[in-house]
Design a protein around this ligand. Structure first.
Ligand SMILES: Nc1ncnc2c1ncn2[C@@H]1O[C@H](COP(=O)(O)OP(=O)(O)O)[C@@H](O)[C@H]1O
Ligand SMILES: [Mg+2]
Length: 384
Protein backbone atom coordinates (compact mmCIF):
# COMPACT_ATOMS: atom_id res chain seq x y z
CA UNK A 1 0.00 0.00 0.00
CA UNK A 2 1.37 3.41 -0.88
CA UNK A 3 2.23 5.54 2.12
CA UNK A 4 -0.25 8.28 1.39
CA UNK A 5 -3.14 5.80 1.67
CA UNK A 6 -2.16 4.72 5.16
CA UNK A 7 -4.52 5.66 7.93
CA UNK A 8 -1.79 6.83 10.27
CA UNK A 9 -0.74 9.37 7.67
CA UNK A 10 -3.86 11.30 8.69
CA UNK A 11 -3.37 13.97 11.29
CA UNK A 12 -4.84 13.00 14.67
CA UNK A 13 -4.92 9.26 14.08
CA UNK A 14 -2.52 7.59 16.49
CA UNK A 15 -1.33 4.00 16.87
CA UNK A 16 -4.16 2.95 19.24
CA UNK A 17 -6.86 4.12 16.86
CA UNK A 18 -5.01 2.59 13.93
CA UNK A 19 -4.94 -0.76 15.74
CA UNK A 20 -8.69 -0.61 16.53
CA UNK A 21 -9.47 0.23 12.94
CA UNK A 22 -7.25 -2.48 11.62
CA UNK A 23 -8.95 -5.06 13.86
CA UNK A 24 -12.25 -4.05 12.28
CA UNK A 25 -10.93 -4.44 8.74
CA UNK A 26 -10.25 -0.74 8.12
CA UNK A 27 -6.75 -0.67 6.68
CA UNK A 28 -6.65 2.28 4.34
CA UNK A 29 -8.02 5.74 3.84
CA UNK A 30 -10.40 4.29 1.28
CA UNK A 31 -11.80 1.91 3.88
CA UNK A 32 -12.45 4.87 6.19
CA UNK A 33 -14.63 6.42 3.51
CA UNK A 34 -16.37 3.17 2.69
CA UNK A 35 -17.36 2.59 6.32
CA UNK A 36 -18.39 6.20 7.05
CA UNK A 37 -18.33 8.28 10.24
CA UNK A 38 -21.02 6.45 12.24
CA UNK A 39 -19.24 3.14 12.03
CA UNK A 40 -15.81 4.67 12.51
CA UNK A 41 -17.08 6.26 15.75
CA UNK A 42 -18.37 2.86 16.91
CA UNK A 43 -15.14 1.09 16.07
CA UNK A 44 -12.74 3.57 17.62
CA UNK A 45 -14.80 5.06 20.43
CA UNK A 46 -14.20 8.55 18.98
CA UNK A 47 -17.06 10.98 19.34
CA UNK A 48 -19.16 11.54 16.22
CA UNK A 49 -17.63 14.96 15.46
CA UNK A 50 -14.13 13.61 15.55
CA UNK A 51 -15.12 10.63 13.37
CA UNK A 52 -16.73 12.93 10.84
CA UNK A 53 -13.64 15.10 10.77
CA UNK A 54 -11.44 12.07 10.25
CA UNK A 55 -13.54 10.71 7.42
CA UNK A 56 -13.71 14.15 5.82
CA UNK A 57 -9.95 14.41 6.02
CA UNK A 58 -9.68 11.03 4.34
CA UNK A 59 -12.03 12.17 1.62
CA UNK A 60 -10.09 15.42 1.10
CA UNK A 61 -6.91 13.43 0.81
CA UNK A 62 -8.32 11.32 -2.00
CA UNK A 63 -9.88 14.31 -3.75
CA UNK A 64 -6.47 16.02 -3.75
CA UNK A 65 -4.94 12.87 -5.16
CA UNK A 66 -7.56 12.87 -7.91
CA UNK A 67 -9.00 9.52 -6.79
CA UNK A 68 -12.37 10.91 -5.74
CA UNK A 69 -14.54 13.59 -7.27
CA UNK A 70 -14.66 17.02 -5.63
CA UNK A 71 -17.79 18.10 -3.79
CA UNK A 72 -18.63 20.78 -6.32
CA UNK A 73 -18.04 19.96 -9.94
CA UNK A 74 -19.39 21.23 -13.21
CA UNK A 75 -21.67 19.05 -15.30
CA UNK A 76 -18.95 19.10 -17.94
CA UNK A 77 -16.53 17.55 -15.47
CA UNK A 78 -19.06 14.88 -14.54
CA UNK A 79 -19.64 14.17 -18.20
CA UNK A 80 -15.93 13.82 -18.77
CA UNK A 81 -15.66 11.56 -15.74
CA UNK A 82 -18.54 9.38 -16.96
CA UNK A 83 -16.75 8.88 -20.27
CA UNK A 84 -13.92 7.33 -18.32
CA UNK A 85 -16.09 4.85 -16.38
CA UNK A 86 -15.13 1.30 -17.20
CA UNK A 87 -17.59 -0.96 -18.97
CA UNK A 88 -17.46 -4.74 -19.06
CA UNK A 89 -18.92 -6.47 -22.07
CA UNK A 90 -21.44 -9.23 -21.35
CA UNK A 91 -20.08 -11.17 -24.32
CA UNK A 92 -23.46 -10.82 -26.05
CA UNK A 93 -24.85 -8.22 -28.39
CA UNK A 94 -28.29 -8.30 -26.83
CA UNK A 95 -27.26 -7.58 -23.22
CA UNK A 96 -24.57 -5.12 -24.27
CA UNK A 97 -27.32 -3.18 -26.03
CA UNK A 98 -29.46 -3.26 -22.91
CA UNK A 99 -26.53 -2.08 -20.77
CA UNK A 100 -25.51 0.52 -23.31
CA UNK A 101 -22.08 -1.02 -23.81
CA UNK A 102 -21.66 -3.20 -20.74
CA UNK A 103 -21.70 -3.44 -16.99
CA UNK A 104 -20.45 -0.20 -15.45
CA UNK A 105 -17.85 0.26 -12.77
CA UNK A 106 -18.55 2.59 -9.83
CA UNK A 107 -22.10 1.33 -9.84
CA UNK A 108 -24.14 -1.38 -8.19
CA UNK A 109 -26.24 -3.41 -10.61
CA UNK A 110 -29.07 -5.43 -9.14
CA UNK A 111 -30.21 -8.49 -11.08
CA UNK A 112 -33.51 -9.86 -9.88
CA UNK A 113 -35.86 -12.55 -11.04
CA UNK A 114 -37.33 -15.91 -10.19
CA UNK A 115 -35.43 -19.14 -9.55
CA UNK A 116 -33.64 -20.44 -12.62
CA UNK A 117 -33.89 -17.26 -14.67
CA UNK A 118 -30.12 -17.03 -15.09
CA UNK A 119 -28.87 -14.69 -12.37
CA UNK A 120 -26.07 -17.02 -11.36
CA UNK A 121 -25.18 -17.80 -14.98
CA UNK A 122 -24.92 -14.07 -15.63
CA UNK A 123 -22.69 -13.59 -12.58
CA UNK A 124 -20.42 -16.42 -13.77
CA UNK A 125 -20.25 -14.98 -17.27
CA UNK A 126 -19.31 -11.51 -16.00
CA UNK A 127 -16.64 -13.07 -13.75
CA UNK A 128 -14.98 -14.30 -16.94
CA UNK A 129 -15.63 -11.28 -19.16
CA UNK A 130 -14.14 -8.76 -16.70
CA UNK A 131 -10.82 -10.55 -17.17
CA UNK A 132 -10.70 -9.92 -20.90
CA UNK A 133 -8.22 -7.26 -21.97
CA UNK A 134 -9.58 -3.77 -22.48
CA UNK A 135 -9.37 -4.04 -26.28
CA UNK A 136 -11.79 -6.94 -26.06
CA UNK A 137 -14.31 -5.28 -23.81
CA UNK A 138 -13.02 -6.37 -20.40
CA UNK A 139 -11.07 -4.54 -17.72
CA UNK A 140 -8.24 -7.05 -17.28
CA UNK A 141 -9.29 -7.25 -13.66
CA UNK A 142 -10.05 -9.98 -11.19
CA UNK A 143 -13.18 -10.90 -9.27
CA UNK A 144 -14.38 -11.13 -5.70
CA UNK A 145 -17.28 -13.57 -5.73
CA UNK A 146 -19.37 -13.72 -2.55
CA UNK A 147 -21.30 -16.96 -2.76
CA UNK A 148 -24.14 -17.24 -0.26
CA UNK A 149 -26.08 -20.14 -1.77
CA UNK A 150 -23.24 -22.46 -2.65
CA UNK A 151 -24.01 -22.15 -6.33
CA UNK A 152 -20.60 -21.00 -7.53
CA UNK A 153 -19.35 -23.67 -9.96
CA UNK A 154 -15.74 -23.55 -11.22
CA UNK A 155 -16.79 -26.00 -13.98
CA UNK A 156 -19.07 -23.32 -15.40
CA UNK A 157 -16.21 -20.82 -15.30
CA UNK A 158 -14.05 -23.29 -17.25
CA UNK A 159 -16.73 -23.78 -19.95
CA UNK A 160 -17.40 -20.07 -20.26
CA UNK A 161 -13.69 -19.23 -20.44
CA UNK A 162 -13.08 -21.88 -23.12
CA UNK A 163 -16.07 -20.69 -25.13
CA UNK A 164 -14.51 -17.22 -25.14
CA UNK A 165 -11.08 -18.46 -26.12
CA UNK A 166 -9.49 -17.81 -22.73
CA UNK A 167 -7.15 -19.93 -20.65
CA UNK A 168 -9.43 -21.51 -18.03
CA UNK A 169 -6.66 -22.02 -15.46
CA UNK A 170 -5.72 -18.39 -15.53
CA UNK A 171 -9.33 -17.31 -15.36
CA UNK A 172 -10.00 -19.52 -12.31
CA UNK A 173 -6.91 -18.12 -10.60
CA UNK A 174 -8.30 -14.63 -10.81
CA UNK A 175 -11.63 -15.32 -9.12
CA UNK A 176 -11.49 -15.08 -5.36
CA UNK A 177 -14.47 -16.90 -3.90
CA UNK A 178 -15.77 -16.08 -0.44
CA UNK A 179 -18.40 -18.48 0.76
CA UNK A 180 -20.71 -16.70 3.22
CA UNK A 181 -22.35 -18.95 5.80
CA UNK A 182 -24.69 -16.46 7.41
CA UNK A 183 -25.66 -12.85 6.94
CA UNK A 184 -23.26 -11.55 9.59
CA UNK A 185 -20.44 -13.41 7.86
CA UNK A 186 -21.55 -12.00 4.52
CA UNK A 187 -21.25 -8.46 5.92
CA UNK A 188 -17.91 -9.24 7.52
CA UNK A 189 -16.49 -10.47 4.22
CA UNK A 190 -17.33 -7.18 2.60
CA UNK A 191 -16.08 -5.11 5.51
CA UNK A 192 -12.70 -6.78 5.20
CA UNK A 193 -12.61 -6.79 1.41
CA UNK A 194 -10.64 -3.57 0.90
CA UNK A 195 -7.20 -5.16 1.06
CA UNK A 196 -8.19 -8.10 -1.16
CA UNK A 197 -9.62 -5.71 -3.73
CA UNK A 198 -6.49 -3.58 -3.83
CA UNK A 199 -3.98 -6.38 -3.81
CA UNK A 200 -5.67 -8.41 -6.53
CA UNK A 201 -6.83 -5.57 -8.73
CA UNK A 202 -10.44 -6.65 -8.35
CA UNK A 203 -12.70 -5.00 -10.90
CA UNK A 204 -15.89 -6.94 -10.25
CA UNK A 205 -17.59 -7.85 -6.99
CA UNK A 206 -20.45 -10.34 -7.11
CA UNK A 207 -22.91 -10.95 -4.28
CA UNK A 208 -24.95 -14.01 -5.31
CA UNK A 209 -27.41 -13.89 -3.64
CA UNK A 210 -27.19 -10.57 -1.84
CA UNK A 211 -30.50 -11.07 -0.10
CA UNK A 212 -31.04 -14.81 0.48
CA UNK A 213 -29.34 -15.21 3.86
CA UNK A 214 -31.03 -12.14 5.29
CA UNK A 215 -34.35 -13.43 4.09
CA UNK A 216 -33.93 -16.86 5.60
CA UNK A 217 -32.53 -15.66 8.93
CA UNK A 218 -35.02 -12.92 9.61
CA UNK A 219 -38.40 -14.53 9.34
CA UNK A 220 -41.71 -13.04 10.30
CA UNK A 221 -43.03 -9.55 10.51
CA UNK A 222 -41.40 -8.65 13.79
CA UNK A 223 -37.96 -9.03 12.32
CA UNK A 224 -38.59 -7.19 9.08
CA UNK A 225 -37.10 -3.87 10.15
CA UNK A 226 -34.02 -5.53 11.62
CA UNK A 227 -33.54 -7.45 8.38
CA UNK A 228 -33.98 -4.38 6.22
CA UNK A 229 -31.54 -2.45 8.37
CA UNK A 230 -28.84 -5.08 8.09
CA UNK A 231 -29.44 -5.62 4.41
CA UNK A 232 -29.32 -1.88 3.93
CA UNK A 233 -25.93 -1.80 5.59
CA UNK A 234 -24.67 -4.55 3.27
CA UNK A 235 -25.84 -3.02 0.00
CA UNK A 236 -24.65 0.45 0.95
CA UNK A 237 -21.26 -0.97 1.76
CA UNK A 238 -21.21 -2.73 -1.59
CA UNK A 239 -22.21 0.39 -3.44
CA UNK A 240 -19.63 2.56 -1.66
CA UNK A 241 -16.90 0.00 -2.31
CA UNK A 242 -17.80 -0.01 -6.00
CA UNK A 243 -17.47 3.77 -6.11
CA UNK A 244 -14.38 4.13 -3.98
CA UNK A 245 -12.44 1.27 -5.51
CA UNK A 246 -13.69 1.80 -9.06
CA UNK A 247 -15.23 -1.68 -9.41
CA UNK A 248 -18.40 -3.01 -10.92
CA UNK A 249 -20.74 -4.71 -8.43
CA UNK A 250 -23.53 -7.20 -9.04
CA UNK A 251 -26.14 -8.04 -6.40
CA UNK A 252 -28.60 -10.79 -7.23
CA UNK A 253 -32.03 -11.00 -5.67
CA UNK A 254 -34.46 -13.86 -6.08
CA UNK A 255 -38.10 -12.90 -6.27
CA UNK A 256 -41.35 -14.78 -6.59
CA UNK A 257 -42.82 -15.08 -10.02
CA UNK A 258 -46.43 -15.61 -8.96
CA UNK A 259 -48.20 -12.33 -9.53
CA UNK A 260 -51.20 -13.41 -7.46
CA UNK A 261 -49.20 -13.59 -4.24
CA UNK A 262 -48.28 -9.95 -4.09
CA UNK A 263 -50.22 -6.88 -4.95
CA UNK A 264 -48.87 -4.37 -7.44
CA UNK A 265 -46.30 -4.95 -10.10
CA UNK A 266 -45.15 -8.58 -9.97
CA UNK A 267 -41.77 -7.57 -11.31
CA UNK A 268 -40.95 -5.56 -8.21
CA UNK A 269 -38.79 -7.36 -5.71
CA UNK A 270 -40.86 -7.34 -2.57
CA UNK A 271 -38.75 -7.08 0.55
CA UNK A 272 -35.81 -6.38 -1.67
CA UNK A 273 -36.65 -2.71 -1.93
CA UNK A 274 -33.62 -1.88 0.08
CA UNK A 275 -31.47 -3.20 -2.73
CA UNK A 276 -33.62 -1.41 -5.28
CA UNK A 277 -33.11 1.95 -3.60
CA UNK A 278 -29.38 1.60 -3.36
CA UNK A 279 -28.56 0.13 -6.73
CA UNK A 280 -27.72 2.29 -9.69
CA UNK A 281 -29.07 -0.12 -12.28
CA UNK A 282 -31.72 -2.75 -11.94
CA UNK A 283 -32.20 -5.59 -14.38
CA UNK A 284 -35.15 -7.92 -14.31
CA UNK A 285 -34.66 -11.45 -15.73
CA UNK A 286 -37.63 -13.52 -16.74
CA UNK A 287 -38.08 -16.97 -18.24
CA UNK A 288 -39.75 -17.21 -21.59
CA UNK A 289 -39.73 -20.85 -22.59
CA UNK A 290 -36.12 -21.78 -23.24
CA UNK A 291 -35.13 -18.17 -23.75
CA UNK A 292 -34.84 -15.41 -21.21
CA UNK A 293 -35.96 -11.82 -21.19
CA UNK A 294 -33.92 -9.05 -19.58
CA UNK A 295 -35.45 -5.68 -18.83
CA UNK A 296 -33.71 -2.52 -17.69
CA UNK A 297 -35.81 -1.05 -14.88
CA UNK A 298 -35.55 2.45 -13.35
CA UNK A 299 -32.18 3.40 -14.80
CA UNK A 300 -31.17 7.05 -14.49
CA UNK A 301 -30.23 7.14 -18.16
CA UNK A 302 -31.27 4.00 -20.02
CA UNK A 303 -34.64 3.74 -21.69
CA UNK A 304 -36.84 1.06 -20.16
CA UNK A 305 -36.29 -1.63 -22.75
CA UNK A 306 -36.23 -5.39 -23.02
CA UNK A 307 -34.01 -7.82 -24.86
CA UNK A 308 -34.14 -11.56 -25.37
CA UNK A 309 -31.13 -13.64 -24.41
CA UNK A 310 -30.41 -17.31 -23.82
CA UNK A 311 -28.29 -19.55 -21.59
CA UNK A 312 -25.70 -21.96 -22.91
CA UNK A 313 -22.27 -23.47 -22.38
CA UNK A 314 -20.82 -20.00 -22.92
CA UNK A 315 -22.96 -18.54 -20.12
CA UNK A 316 -25.34 -15.83 -21.24
CA UNK A 317 -25.56 -15.90 -25.04
CA UNK A 318 -27.36 -14.19 -27.90
CA UNK A 319 -30.65 -15.88 -28.79
CA UNK A 320 -29.42 -16.56 -32.36
CA UNK A 321 -26.54 -18.59 -30.92
CA UNK A 322 -29.02 -20.75 -29.04
CA UNK A 323 -31.10 -21.20 -32.19
CA UNK A 324 -28.04 -22.25 -34.17
CA UNK A 325 -27.08 -24.80 -31.54
CA UNK A 326 -30.66 -26.03 -31.30
CA UNK A 327 -30.76 -26.55 -35.05
CA UNK A 328 -27.50 -28.50 -35.00
CA UNK A 329 -28.75 -30.77 -32.22
CA UNK A 330 -32.03 -31.38 -34.00
CA UNK A 331 -30.19 -32.33 -37.20
CA UNK A 332 -28.09 -34.88 -35.35
CA UNK A 333 -30.92 -36.34 -33.35
CA UNK A 334 -34.36 -36.11 -34.90
CA UNK A 335 -37.32 -35.98 -32.51
CA UNK A 336 -34.86 -34.94 -29.84
CA UNK A 337 -37.45 -34.26 -27.16
CA UNK A 338 -38.81 -37.79 -27.07
CA UNK A 339 -35.33 -39.19 -27.26
CA UNK A 340 -34.28 -37.10 -24.27
CA UNK A 341 -37.17 -38.24 -22.21
CA UNK A 342 -37.05 -41.97 -22.79
CA UNK A 343 -33.56 -43.36 -22.17
CA UNK A 344 -32.17 -40.38 -20.32
CA UNK A 345 -30.65 -40.88 -16.89
CA UNK A 346 -32.44 -43.88 -15.50
CA UNK A 347 -31.52 -43.16 -11.90
CA UNK A 348 -31.81 -39.46 -12.17
CA UNK A 349 -33.82 -36.35 -11.63
CA UNK A 350 -37.44 -36.90 -10.75
CA UNK A 351 -39.23 -35.44 -13.75
CA UNK A 352 -37.88 -31.94 -13.92
CA UNK A 353 -39.44 -30.23 -16.87
CA UNK A 354 -39.09 -32.12 -20.11
CA UNK A 355 -38.51 -28.84 -21.92
CA UNK A 356 -35.43 -28.25 -19.78
CA UNK A 357 -33.23 -31.34 -19.94
CA UNK A 358 -31.02 -31.65 -16.88
CA UNK A 359 -27.73 -29.95 -17.57
CA UNK A 360 -25.89 -31.65 -14.78
CA UNK A 361 -24.41 -28.41 -13.59
CA UNK A 362 -26.53 -28.51 -10.47
CA UNK A 363 -27.77 -25.03 -9.87
CA UNK A 364 -29.16 -23.66 -6.64
CA UNK A 365 -30.73 -26.35 -4.46
CA UNK A 366 -32.70 -28.00 -7.19
CA UNK A 367 -35.50 -28.91 -4.87
CA UNK A 368 -38.63 -28.23 -6.88
CA UNK A 369 -38.74 -31.49 -8.74
CA UNK A 370 -38.32 -33.47 -5.56
CA UNK A 371 -41.41 -32.11 -3.88
CA UNK A 372 -43.97 -32.69 -6.59
CA UNK A 373 -43.22 -33.91 -10.03
CA UNK A 374 -45.51 -31.39 -11.62
CA UNK A 375 -44.22 -28.36 -9.78
CA UNK A 376 -42.33 -26.10 -12.14
CA UNK A 377 -39.41 -24.05 -10.84
CA UNK A 378 -41.65 -21.06 -10.74
CA UNK A 379 -43.69 -22.48 -7.91
CA UNK A 380 -40.68 -22.62 -5.63
CA UNK A 381 -41.67 -20.38 -2.77
CA UNK A 382 -39.07 -18.06 -1.39
CA UNK A 383 -39.09 -17.18 2.19
CA UNK A 384 -39.95 -13.63 3.10
N1 LIG B 1 -24.00 -25.67 -18.95
C1 LIG B 1 -25.16 -25.10 -19.23
N2 LIG B 1 -25.57 -24.96 -20.49
C2 LIG B 1 -26.75 -24.39 -20.76
N3 LIG B 1 -27.59 -23.90 -19.84
C3 LIG B 1 -27.24 -24.00 -18.58
C4 LIG B 1 -26.01 -24.60 -18.19
N4 LIG B 1 -25.93 -24.57 -16.85
C5 LIG B 1 -27.05 -23.98 -16.41
N5 LIG B 1 -27.84 -23.63 -17.44
C6 LIG B 1 -29.15 -22.97 -17.39
O1 LIG B 1 -29.19 -22.09 -16.32
C7 LIG B 1 -30.41 -22.23 -15.61
C8 LIG B 1 -30.20 -21.89 -14.17
O2 LIG B 1 -29.79 -20.57 -14.12
P1 LIG B 1 -29.25 -19.90 -12.80
O3 LIG B 1 -28.37 -18.81 -13.21
O4 LIG B 1 -28.72 -20.92 -11.87
O5 LIG B 1 -30.61 -19.32 -12.18
P2 LIG B 1 -30.81 -18.36 -10.94
O6 LIG B 1 -31.48 -17.17 -11.50
O7 LIG B 1 -31.69 -19.12 -10.00
O8 LIG B 1 -29.47 -18.08 -10.36
C9 LIG B 1 -30.82 -23.66 -15.81
O9 LIG B 1 -32.21 -23.77 -15.80
C10 LIG B 1 -30.26 -23.95 -17.18
O10 LIG B 1 -31.25 -23.64 -18.13
MG1 LIG C 1 -28.68 -18.47 -8.49
Amino acid sequence: MTDDLRIDSLEGVGPVTTRKLSDAGVHSIMDLIVRGPVEIAEITGMDKDMAEKTVNKARKHLVEGGQLAKDFVSAAEIYKHRQSIGKITTGTNCLDTLFDGGLETQALTEVYGEFGCGKTQFAHTMSVMVQKPKEEGGLAGSVLYIDTENTFRPERIVSIAKAHGMDPERVLDRIIVARAYNSAHQVLILEEAGTVIKENDVKLIVADSAVGLFRSEYLGRGTLSARQQKLNHFVHLLSRIAETYNCAAIATNQVMASPDIFFGDPTRPIGGNVVAHTSTYRIYFKKSGKKRIARMVDSPHHPEEEVIFALGEAGVIDPEEADKKGAKKAAKKPASKKADEAPAAPAAAPATEAKDPPTGTGTAGAKPGAKGAAAPDDADPIEG
